[in-house]
Design a protein around this ligand. Structure first.
Ligand SMILES: N[C@@H](CCC(=O)N[C@@H](CS)C(=O)NCC(=O)O)C(=O)O
Length: 213
């Protein structure tokens, strides 16, 4: 297996965490950001978006981080990261799609407006809106995590991987934003896992104030 993508990308981190959870060896080719290389004809033939991550597994070449995490879970972790029961899987998909369409757009926007913008260029009112939008998403997760240990039940699934990756950034980017209680408890459970620490807890300080890819 081969994974293309810089280790500081949150979308790459989801895949690296999933790969560590399922114990698969792979070749890692850092690409994008300070490494460049995403606009070459060779890479665009793999991923026409010129973005990371991209995964190759045998004849399959796959892009879109959530599609990759779902594939790895289904292929290598049936019954664990990938629930067998369609109802349980629908629950995972709910959180996975919500992360793609609602949670991640909110927190990534905040991350760019705050961390990836030089302090003197920050728009404080846009940051306040980003904090409110992200906080509202965390509130929704908090309501679920009050009822269940993980987002989609009593064990880790691909839904926790796609949504949980953000927690490291949110708690380390020096923005005064505490996680709600149940989200903090869940984040503690994620942090106790070596695959999370390996894939997600990566020094990203090179991105501070860096407003280009
Ligand atoms: N929806 C895509 C988004 C991919 C994406 O935006 N990747 C960013 C990094 S997180 C990227 O490639 N940026 C350009 C770069 O790093 O050079 C996914 O989830 O895989």
């Amino acid at each position: 297996m081969t994974l293309w993508g810089r280790e500081t990308s949150a979308n790459v981190q989801k895949v690296r965490w999933a790969l560590a959870e399922i114990g698969q060896d792979y070749e890692h080719i850092p690409l994008g950001g300070k490494y460049g290389g995403t606009r070459t004809p060779e890479y665009l033939a793999l991923n026409p978006n010129g973005l990371v991550p991209t995964l190759r597994d045998g004849d399959l070449v796959l892009w879109e981080s959530h599609a990759i995490v779902r594939y790895l879970a289904a292929r290598y972790s049936p019954g664990r990261l990938w629930p067998d029961d369609p109802v349980a899987r629908a629950d995972c998909d709910r959180w996975t799609d919500w992360t793609a369409t609602t949670f991640q757009p909110a927190w990534i926007d905040l991350f760019w407006r705050f961390y990836r913008t030089a302090p003197e260029q920050r728009d404080e009112s846009a940051i306040a809106k980003g904090v409110a939008a992200t906080g509202s998403c965390l509130g929704i997760m908090n309501g679920q995590l009050k009822r269940t240990r993980f987002l989609a039940g009593d064990h880790l699934t691909y839904a926790d991987i796609v949504a949980g990756t953000a927690m490291y950034r949110l708690t380390t980017m020096d923005l005064d934003m505490a996680l709600p209680d149940n989200v903090a408890r869940w984040h503690g459970e994620l942090r106790a896992r070596a695959p999370y620490r390996l894939g997600v807890e990566v020094d990203y300080s090179e991105l501070a104030g860096r407003s280009s890819a």
